[in-house]
Design a protein around this ligand. Sequence first.
Ligand SMILES: [Zn+2]
Length: 439
Amino acid sequence: MLRAQDLKLRQSDRQWAVDLVNHLRESLLVFLKNSDEQPYFQSASVLSSGSYYEMVKILNPNEFDMMLKLQSPSRLKMTELDQYHGLFYEVALSRSTRSHIRSFLLDDGVTISASKIISEMHRLVRKFIIHISNHLGWRWVVNRKRPNSPAVTLSLLEVDNGKQELLSVDVVPALEVPSSQGWPLAARAGPDVDNWLGKKTRRSLTHQTCFFVPKKPPGRNLSEAAKESWRISFSHIEKELIKTHGNKRTCCETSATKCCRKQCFKLLKCLIEGLKQRYPQELDALCSYHGKTAFLHTLSIRAQDSLWTPRQLPACFMHLLRALEGHARSGLLPHFFVPTSNLFAPPTFPRKALVFLIEALEDQRRQGLPLLMPPAPAPPLAVHSHSDSQPQLSPVVQQTPVIQYPVILPPQVVEMKSFEQMFKIVALVMVLVYVCYLL
Ligand SMILES: [Zn+2]
């Protein structure tokens, strides 16, 4: 049976997809601009962000993201939600307003409702889709709302061939903090890039604006304030950091100054996607953002370009993998921009999921990264299956990945230095070269 990931766009089709998404973006902006019934969205613009623009999608290169920038008529009052350490906020206007945003305010007349914004976004996109011209053979559809997702997802389906999805686009509304206003207190110190990119770059980054996306914290029994809360977003700056990643400005400008940072990131994202596909329930809390955060921390610590030459790719990737594993073991992965927020802290990242992640990463490392091997995830890992969908507690033993073909060598022999390991790493590099060629 054909799976979605088998439908990866070939390089020759890539331009077709990019043109299509660009056309969709422009049409959506025109539609919103002319939409009299919802004037607040008329001034929206698109902030390019997301993995497509970072060129780091591997397993699903046919997924696109775009942030729809929404303006605030006045300064914002940003109140941190307790227990989320500067990641989630109640966002309110500093004074009442008669401008178009008032349709999206709560009863107090100043607090901006995240749920009203995302619902309206859904409604508008559904209406827009009726207007967009569908060609013979395929059509756009709006996916059902996903719980706790800030995105409206559009899919391009083939009309024949079982309505297969050809590509998808996540449209995320993003409320811009006015440029006259600094970042919230928890992010005020700015990202730790002094040793890596220099103080001057840090200043220019922190002078940029930041955004809020309509995403509430995970979990049930949320307070009324939490249900309408927003998550802070620096994705536009993360994109910039990943693009201009060098200690020196010349990094990756020519083939002579090429580095392997982006390739390492691609591999880590690939591994995380692979782990999530294999253990969707156990690693539900894990997302690519954990990989991105570990990557940014690693870049800021291993700052020198000379540590990331293409020749060192296998060692650099193992370093990055160990960094993620280290964060998981310590249970501490500070948000890169909001360091008081720990992305591996419960309840957002449950303790048993963290234990499972540690085991899974260690197994991958010891077995030579089977999830990164072609043609697809290799078979050695398997978990005990449970008849019920909710495994019971004390799951550490139950959920520990079981190696069907036990590694009989002691860990110190199985480490990087073993011949077999090196062989697998060489194979990994070959896969990477192939993937890069495709991209
Ligand atoms: Zn570089």
